[in-house]
Design a protein around this ligand. Structure first.
Ligand SMILES: [Zn+2]
Length: 190
């Protein structure tokens, strides 16, 4: 049972309502009932939540990926695997205080743990270096958060002390661990 007892709208026509409330959308994640895309000028589209969910809850599954070349729309799903999401999940922007995590081992998107969860109308965001090891080009973040990290790059080029504060997808955690080991080996060599 979710700890959040507030009523959550069910996906239209998809579920049989339970006797006293409705089945929450994350049971059978159906994107049109979970997020709304707002298209702005100059590629400033963003995704807004249609649901309230507590920290750690499943938000959506990644169900329509295709292997792809690294691009500004792709997500890194493994050491040597980049995918296109082929869904409205692509409109989830970066933030230095993200609402969601992309868990590329489980192929699911969850509400970030430890925060306040998500509320209807919140902009949906994730921390791009949590999946991207390298980026062709960094970008100046304008998330507006107090903790904003400014210039955002792939995890490989971010300060380790910064990354430690974030949930990281499995391949990024592994690559960081290997890099640490290599640095350590360099240090102990005569
Ligand atoms: Zn930022």
């Amino acid at each position: 049972m979710p700890s959040n007892e507030s009523p959550i709208p069910s996906a239209p026509g998809k579920h049989t309502p339970a006797s006293s409330s409705s089945i929450p959308p994350w049971v059978s994640p159906h994107l049109p009932s979970l997020l709304r895309v707002e298209h702005g000028p100059n590629y400033t589209s963003r995704a807004l939540s249609l649901v309230d969910l507590p920290p750690g809850a499943l938000f959506a599954r990644i169900t329509s990926p295709t292997a792809a070349k690294k691009a500004y729309t792709s997500v890194q799903a493994g050491r040597d695997l980049h995918i296109e999401l082929n869904s409205d999940l692509v409109f989830i922007n970066h933030s230095c205080k993200p609402k969601l995590v992309f868990d590329m081992r489980r192929w699911e998107v969850r509400v970030a743990g430890g925060g306040e969860g998500i509320r209807v109308g919140d902009e949906l965001t994730f921390f791009y270096p949590s999946t991207e090891w390298e980026m062709d080009r960094g970008f100046e973040c304008r998330c507006g958060e107090v903790c904003c990290r400014g210039w955002i790059r792939g995890a490989r080029e971010m300060e380790e002390s910064v990354l430690e504060g974030y949930w990281l997808s499995g391949h990024v955690g592994e690559l960081l661990g290997e890099r640490k080991l290599l640095i350590h080996l360099d240090d102990i060599q005569p």
